[in-house]
Design a protein around this ligand. Structure first.
Ligand code: MLT
Length: 404
């Protein structure tokens, strides 16, 4: 008789955004006349930039002609894309990353869930609390997190680093030494970030502890302050302790197109074993590459026209962030984030729990947000709104919230 991976049985409830979608659909079905504004999941709403569309059209035509047709992509991704990434995302920032340290994928969500596979089952993971749920859930599936306590909503073998307004949402070095440290900066869900000096502190800590930092830089394009690192490799010593995950979803609107990449430096070694070689083996075995058309679209992100158009797109969403932040502050809310990230993190009013506020907002303003407690126990009493809606919807949502 076959056996299942019992670790899946340990997962509490369904994936956060599936739970929210179910609740919103039920409300919508019961109240078909209500116009719901969705500022929950961080999904983009602006169309793909013209430079990207043009590149995709051209690539589609190439796929339709025998001379230019392409089959399987190279394991690590096409060189034209990896070279553009190296030049623009690393060399331009003084980071010494080579094209064979870049692994092109179908997005940072898959990579952030898959990367734990190359580490032993008995590694201890440390996560910020609140945290993007994929980091924890993928480690639960792998059997690395121990037992779940429904009362504390914590896993026995996970090291939690609370990020609350008391510590300005800056994670502190944990008392117990972790093996793998997940950092998402600028942060999802709190929309806050840390300075480059603070990040250097984490790199030094990891190198000393013999730990690996899994650094999710999905929101890097939204950084507006000077003293914030765009890549962890801007920090000295990061190549011996950090893996960086990057997404095209948020900076270029690829949530439905799907493209990302992971950087595994060749200097990152466990004894004599190269993690770059391990990830290359894993990638080659389990992944057949992002589509050619999509990789050409990715290349267009780095063209002059693409850069210009995407700067405008990021500015559009950040105008929404400022609108939400100012509007909530005027309405008397305590508000965080929204300066270097497209997320606004607010304290729920009147001691409401995160889910109570979710229901209150849905029923009274017909606005959907994300309950902070869905990201971890320290998110209780907080709530997230995304700046990825249209400007018109963002304004309308704020008007409704201000009237409550
Ligand atoms: C979020 O809303 O947290 C993100 O959209 C989820 C994701 O990027 O997968």
């Amino acid at each position: 008789m076959y056996k299942i991976n019992d670790n899946y049985q340990k997962l509490p409830g369904s994936y956060l955004f599936s739970t929210i979608a179910k609740k919103v659909n039920a409300y919508s079905a019961a109240n078909p006349d209500k116009k719901i504004i969705r500022l929950g999941i961080g999904d983009v709403t602006q169309p793909l930039a013209p430079a990207i569309i043009e590149a995709m059209h051209k690539a589609v035509d190439e796929m339709g002609a025998a001379e230019t047709f392409r089959g399987y992509a190279p394991d690590l991704g096409y060189e034209f894309l990896r070279n553009a990434i190296v030049k623009n995302d690393y060399q331009a920032r003084g980071c010494d990353i080579a094209a064979d340290e870049i692994f092109v994928s179908d997005g940072a969500k898959s990579d952030s869930g898959n990367i734990q596979e190359i580490f032993a089952e008995n590694n201890r993971i440390a996560v910020c609390d609140p945290v993007y749920p994929v980091y924890v859930d993928s480690n639960v599936m792998a059997g690395r997190t121990g037992t779940y306590d429904p009362k504390t909503e914590m896993w026995s073998d996970v090291i939690y680093m609370p990020c609350t307004m008391e510590n300005n949402f800056v994670p502190e070095f944990p008392k117990e030494t972790p093996d793998l440290i997940y950092l998402c900066l600028p942060n999802n869900p709190t929309g806050t970030t840390i300075t480059k000096d603070q990040l250097q502190g984490w790199v030094d800590y990891a190198n000393k502890a013999g730990a690996v930092i899994i650094y999710d830089a999905a929101y890097e394009a939204y950084i507006s302050e000077e003293n914030v690192a765009h890549s962890i490799y801007e920090c000295e010593g990061a190549k011996t302790c950090a893996i960086e995950l990057k997404s095209f979803s948020k900076n270029a609107g690829f949530t439905g197109v799907r493209l990302g990449y992971t950087v595994v430096p060749k200097e990152l070694k466990c004894g004599e074993v190269s993690l770059n070689a391990m990830w290359a083996r894993r990638h080659g075995t389990k992944f057949n590459g992002a589509p050619y058309i999509v990789q050409r679209a990715g290349e267009a992100v780095y063209s002059d026209a693409g850069k210009e158009q995407l700067k405008e797109q990021v500015a559009y969403y950040m105008k929404n962030a400022a609108t939400i932040k100012d509007g909530l502050m005027k309405a008397g809310y305590m508000v965080f984030g929204g300066v270097n990230a497209p997320y606004i993190w607010l304290k729920t009013p009147d001691q409401m729990t995160s889910w109570e506020f979710f229901d209150y907002l849905l029923e009274n303003a017909n606005v959907v947000g994300t309950p902070g407690s869905g990201f971890g126990p320290s998110g209780e009493g907080y709530f997230r709104l995304t700046a990825f809606g249209s400007y018109e919807n963002t304004l309308a949502a704020l008007e409704r919230i201000q009237k409550l």
